[in-house]
Design a protein around this ligand. Sequence first.
Ligand SMILES: Cc1ncc(COP(=O)(O)O)c(C=O)c1O
Length: 487
Amino acid sequence: MFLVLDGRGELRSQVLRSLKRAVFDGRLPAGSKLPSTRQLAHELGVSRNTVIAAYADLCAEQLADSRMGSGTYVTGAVPPRERRRFSGSVEPQSRYAARLRTLAPISLARRDEALRLDLQYGEPMVDIGFFSHWRRALSYAALHTQPRAVAAQGLPALRREVALHLRRRRGLDCDADDVIITHGTQQAISLVARVLLDEHDVVALEDPHYQLADRALRAQGAQLQHVPVDADGLDPRALPLPGLKLLYVTPSHQFPSGRVMSAPRRLELIALAKRHGFWIFEDDYDGEFSFESRHLPALCSLDGNGRVIYAGSFTKTLLPSIRLGYVVAPATLRQDLVRAKMLADMSCSAIEQTAVSRLLCSGVYDRHLRKTSLELRRRRRALIDGLHTHCGDLLHIEDSGGGMHVIGWLPGFNDRQVDRLIATATTRGLGLHPVKPHFARPVRTPGLLLGFAALSVTQLKSATALLGACLQHVAELTSPASMVNCG
Ligand SMILES: Cc1ncc(COP(=O)(O)O)c(C=O)c1O
């Protein structure tokens, strides 16, 4: 306990005054136990008798109670003190802080626990069976991890396993030395932004786009240009060239439209990056969950010029709470990224890296991926069938060949009706989320971003039936005249 003697008068009174100060300012709240007299005497460098006497005085003033065989406790004589809080505000203390304050909110983080069924994108698919593997891997890791921190680049065993996995599943020509372990894709974006960008550097991002990438790049001071996406993915003709420094893309499964970048587009992007000297950040966030036969390898696997920075993560394949991901960076950038990682947080937790590497090398990870893939396919089917059955022509599905979400466009609705739809669904226990916040430019047709990973097939059947009923309800409430403005 932190007590200071004021040096005035006899020691007994000094100890009493310091104890009373602690009681009055709330450091010793009602009910708390005072340290033993021996311990406090040792801490303050006074005799034990002095402390015994000070405790007796405190009891005499009814500020403490001595309980036989148990110790001395603070009474409730002093009302609980309001904790001192710092209120008010300061001007942003840096340009970075100023930019942070102007960022638009992130709708992906919203979650309402009161909802019975929530079609929120980003909620994980929880496989109970996986937790026993995870628990075992963690206890193994707790026993076998070296006590010293691992290198900033990441645990060699995990880097090796990740490289092997990426070679097999994503076509990357990489080995352990090429891999950097990060705290998810989010840290990968921040490190890349720190290493590559100065304020006002031009960065291109797809439109629609991933909000967390948009916000991280804006916070860094980048000048963002959103580039439209068509059926083949991001349209390279719309890239701000020349002058582009970095392009962030999700080629395997464009977020959130779900479109897959065609092979010619990929080659065109790589050629443009070489010609104009810009970098490409490939976010392969759910590349493992493509359910189509034409599953393309990662864009990075085509890069012969060292312009693509590949990022993947265990957020979708394991759990978002694991917060581990990886970057495969061109050799020319690697040391800068490793140094930036070192300065950001030294390294990711060695115990968690050991546990994840154990899942990979034991084959548990591959089995888990197969199982998750099958279940996601079933859930996606249930969602799409349910939407066809219950929503009819009111909702058009933008079908994509994989992942954990689809977009449902509402061609007959305007924004006000969508707000009403979401409000109606909420009162009936169904969470719906508009797609609009994921667009930088105005969207003519409103739509919903429908995440399905966290709901079982049965729950998806109920959710789509409920969505159909809410759509009917709102469509009937709204007269045709008020639907003229829709997209
Ligand atoms: C587009 C996109 N990128 C990346 C991620 C994963 O980010 P992280 O690895 O930081 O959890 C997600 C997860 O929801 C995502 O939707």
